[in-house]
Design a binder for this molecule. Structure first.
Ligand code: SLL
Length: 158
């Protein structure tokens, strides 16, 4: 029998957050109870361009944040904030108009502390300033099943 292979195109992505204790680098406008500076991000594994297929990323933060729906309309698709606690962030990825694809919704548990347990995807290190920093990130793949002709062309340009 003849097998019909469905066309699918995938793109690797990495999402997660970095965090560090603020100490004396605390932004002047940060509430006193905030202890950490963090950045949540969606990017390609080697920071390759993703803007040809990702139009916008919406980060929905914990309700304790003012204006907790944060929209990023251009790369880098990341958001830096201060805070004291860990919580689940909803990351909504909106694709280029040509794709005519539904948004992709992901969840990421924002991590501030270097828990020492296996399999938690948290690594510790130092940043360019020599400050201790932690990183919780995940590699994933966005799969477009049967992309329309135009979107397929766009995907193939990279
Ligand atoms: C909980 N994990 O489940 C906690 C919630 C909320 C964290 C953590 C800053 C908020 C603000 C902040 O770090 N929120 O002061 O704007 O209850």
């Amino acid at each position: 029998a003849k097998r019909i292979k469905t066309l699918s195109v995938s793109r690797p992505i990495v999402y997660g957050n970095t965090a560090k204790k603020m100490g004396d680098q605390k932004p002047p406008n940060a509430p006193v109870e905030h202890t950490h500076l963090w950045t949540i991000f969606v990017r390609a594994p080697q920071n390759e361009d993703v803007s040809y297929y990702i139009k916008q990323v919406v980060f929905k933060l914990h309700e304790t944040y003012p204006n907790n729906t944060r929209v990023v309309n251009a790369p880098p698709f990341e958001l830096t904030e201060t805070g004291w606690g860990e919580f689940d962030v909803n990351i909504k990825i909106n694709f280029a108009d040509v794709a005519n694809e539904k948004p992709l919704s992901l969840y990421h548990r924002l991590r501030l502390h270097p828990y020492d347990s296996p399999g938690n995807h948290i690594t510790s290190g130092t940043d360019e300033k020599g400050d201790h920093i932690i990183k919780a990130s995940f590699f994933d793949e966005i799969v477009f099943n049967e992309p329309n002709e135009q979107f397929f062309q766009v995907l193939m340009t990279k």
